[in-house]
Design a protein around this ligand. Structure first.
Ligand SMILES: [Zn+2]
Length: 415
């Protein structure tokens, strides 16, 4: 089956703007891309004329938690019986893909819910983005882990870490996630303090490499970042307290920085609302002081910064993922074009899918977001549901002008 996205402005995810272009899709893939005037369109193709509209690659969010739903106190997420939690997660993923996010990397999930939801999307039981799932987060025995029952796989020493990694892979994980430092969202965590040792993290990285799967490290503090980079991780999540040496080490090793500005943005914006635990708010407030500075420094030193939102954390609802791009632009960290590249082309490379998505190019999967407005002039339009004209995932229309599917715009909890 052929589909043609005809006569649009194509923003291809590499920095190019192609005006009056058409994109021809065959089944799941982009067959051709060329000027609207000259591109050959097969007679039976379904043609969508998109004059005045903008075609972008589907957005890639490299850090979400699909089984968390933005509750003010993250502990309350675990009080939901996990079969119901799984169903809620499925609804969230439907909201996410219809908001233009066609790939997500899930960075920790209780009960391996992420792997179940991923499977449901793959089997076309539900509509959702392509999901890369890590299963449980591998952490050393540490204060605060109990705040997220079933989320962490605690492991101490090389052997236990090796086994913990093997368990996630056995469960169907696409990548592994380790705790290199303490966290904001649990009461015992000290974000600046290192957790797993280098040799423990190396054991995890090595297990992943056997199956060509990468490892991501949660890391705020500089020492933990350095340890994780030395252990061979592919991405640093958050990186909020990175010093110049840590950033230089990341740049040299080609390690990506996943920004997660959204988690702070939504939590601090929701300060007046009830329910965010005091410890969590205070740590977020403290760490927010240096976040923009750190991202600017990272870019200056050649670190590739990639979109990740931590969606699912307090008031950080699924489907609002593009707030991350808006934050890049509003805080003067990136231009709108740079923000789009950080959430498409570069994000695909970071999550290991650069060969098949992230840019609009012949041979890649047809993951496309079609906007009614120019995001280069108004980046906020990415957050406006009315502005999202259509979304294709692997050549399948998942959100259209006349949307036959029910689109649940509220969260499953009605918050
Ligand atoms: Zn996270």
């Amino acid at each position: 089956m052929h589909t043609c996205l005809h006569d649009a402005t194509v923003i291809d995810g590499t920095g190019q703007i192609l005006e009056n272009y058409s994109l021809l899709i065959k089944d799941q893939e982009i067959l051709a891309l060329g000027p609207a005037e000259t591109l050959q369109i097969p007679a039976k193709a379904k043609v969508y004329t998109l004059s005045g509209k903008y075609v972008l690659p589907g957005i890639i969010d490299a850090h979400i938690h699909l089984d968390m739903h933005g509750l003010p106190d993250t502990y309350h997420e675990s009080l939901v019986e996990h079969k119901l939690r799984t169903i809620r997660s499925a609804i969230e993923m439907s909201n996410t893909v219809r908001a233009g996010v066609t790939t997500v990397r899930n960075m920790g999930s209780a009960h391996l819910i992420d792997i179940a939801v991923k499977r449901a999307v793959k089997e076309e039981l539900i509509i959702g983005p392509r999901i890369l799932a890590c299963g449980k987060i591998i952490s050393m025995t540490a204060a605060g882990n109990g705040y997220f029952p079933e989320l962490y796989r605690q492991a101490d020493g090389i052997d236990e870490n090796r086994k913990a990694a093997r368990e996630q892979l056995q469960g169907g994980a696409d990548l592994l996630k380790i705790m290199a430092t303490g966290a904001i969202m649990n009461p015992g965590g000290t974000p600046g303090a290192p957790l797993l040792d280098i040799d423990e993290m190396q054991a995890v990285v090595r297990e992943g490499e056997k199956e060509d799967k990468h490892t991501a490290a949660h890391a705020h503090g500089a020492q933990g970042i350095k340890n994780a980079v030395k252990a061979g991780v592919r991405t640093i999540e958050h990186g909020t307290l990175a010093d110049e040496d840590a950033l230089k080490l990341m740049a040299e090793a080609g390690v990506y920085l996943i920004s997660t500005l959204s988690s702070n943005f939504w939590m601090l914006r929701s300060a007046g609302k009830r329910g965010i635990p005091k410890f969590m708010f205070e740590k977020a407030e403290e760490i927010s002081k240096t976040r923009v500075e750190t991202l600017n420094k990272a870019l200056e030193l050649g670190v590739k910064v990639v979109m990740g939102t931590d969606a699912g954390t307090p008031y950080n609802f699924h489907g609002k993922n593009c707030m991350e791009l808006v934050q890049y632009v509003e805080k003067g960290i990136m231009s709108p074009m740079e923000a789009i590249i950080a959430s498409t082309g570069t994000a695909a490379e970071a999550v290991g899918l650069g060969h098949c998505t992230g840019t609009l190019k012949e041979g890649k999967l047809a993951d496309c977001l079609i906007l009614k407005q120019n995001p280069l002039k108004n980046i906020n339009c990415l957050l406006e549901l009315d502005c999202i004209h259509m979304v294709f995932k692997e050549g399948t229309l998942v959100k259209g002008e006349v949307d036959p599917q029910h689109w649940n715009t509220s969260t499953p909890l009605g918050l």
